[in-house]
Design a protein around this ligand. Structure first.
Ligand code: CDP
Length: 311
């Protein structure tokens, strides 16, 4: 038994109360970015996943004829044809490195945070899953967006897979102004067509938002990176994925709305999202585990995690 324990040590995640206590202990201390820790982490990310080159599908990294295997499917793959290739930008379409980035998760901790202005002050604002940005939220979550992720499942649930009228969709993405909509089009077979439909819908109406496609190999590499660090969820949450990409693409990263717990730091109950309290279908992701990894990055000065109200 001892030998077994040595190989697989019993590992217990701290419970919510313990996490809150740990975070509170740290709150009084001044936070400083640690340049060498930032550089060290960026090097780890470059070695495993090279976000600057592989974040999105580009003409450089995804030539015609390349075969992409869908996640968890042994029978289906997608071969890049001329038409799909023509939808890719030549290279990652950002001026790299990006300077200051805000990555905004959708956690209820953002509600009444007053963080909107601070979020918007960054050079590049990234958001998850087409979140609501109406005026009632802007003082807490801001209104600028340079990149927003969109999952094919949202397109199915909220916009009937764009099979009928597309106006509701085109109107709803106007709040993201001139941003990139980042879609994992080639991760699951069922997601490819809706993602391509999103692309053509926006291109056809000359919308200001542009679709770029997530590179499935990059998603997989980032997943492996965190698995090696002990994250056990079946799939990485969109938020952790985006923070990882940001750490590879940006010089300074501040994250907001990452708090997968039901109480805030003062013991007040909070909703799961800043806009509703619908819990995830299943604990597909290992959010508390992910949180601890992000918290560790905060403590080591790699990124800044905003949990309190903004000034
Ligand atoms: O669909 P998913 O659960 O991944 O995401 P979401 O609910 O739209 O939220 C976007 C991201 O914010 C998540 O992927 C998490 O990384 C983060 N989040 C969090 O840390 N705490 C919460 N209470 C809610 C979301």
């Amino acid at each position: 038994v001892l030998c077994w324990l040595y190989i697989f040590p019993v590992y217990r995640l701290p419970d919510e109360k313990e996490v809150v206590q740990g975070v509170l202990l740290q709150q009084g201390r001044a936070w400083r970015r640690n340049r060498s820790a930032v550089a060290g982490f960026r090097k780890l990310l470059k070695d495993c996943c090279d976000p600057g080159r592989f974040f999105a599908m580009t003409k450089e990294n995804s030539p015609v004829g390349k075969n992409l295997w869908y996640d968890g499917e042994f029978l289906y793959s997608f071969t890049i044809d001329n038409e799909t290739f023509s939808l890719f930008p030549k290279a990652t379409p950002f001026q790299l490195p990006l300077k200051k980035c805000s990555v905004v998760g959708n956690g209820g901790i953002l509600k009444n945070s007053g963080c909107g202005r601070q979020i918007d002050q960054a050079d590049f604002v990234m958001r998850c899953n087409l979140p609501p940005l109406t005026s009632e939220y802007s003082k807490d979550v801001g209104s600028r967006t340079q990149l927003v992720t969109a999952n094919p499942s949202i397109i199915k649930k909220r916009f009937q897979n764009l099979l009928w009228s597309r106006k509701a969709f085109v109107d709803s993405v106007k709040v993201y102004n001139q941003s990139y909509i980042y879609m994992p089009a080639f991760s699951m077979k069922a997601g490819t067509e809706p993602s391509l439909r999103v692309y053509y819908t926006l291109a056809d109406v000359g919308a200001r938002q542009k679709v770029i496609f997530a590179n499935p190999n990059f998603l997989r590499d980032i997943g492996k990176f965190w698995k090696n660090k002990g994250i056990h969820g079946k799939r990485l949450s969109t938020g952790l994925f985006l923070v990882s990409a940001a750490l590879g693409l940006c010089e300074e990263v501040t994250i907001y709305g990452f708090w997968p717990f039901s109480m805030d730091l003062h013991g007040k109950f909070i909703s799961h999202h800043y806009y509703d309290n619908i819990l995830p279908d299943s604990w597909f992701h290992a959010m508390p585990e992910e949180f601890l990894q992000l918290w560790f990055l905060h403590k080591s000065g790699v990124l800044r995690m905003q949990l309190e109200h903004c000034q």
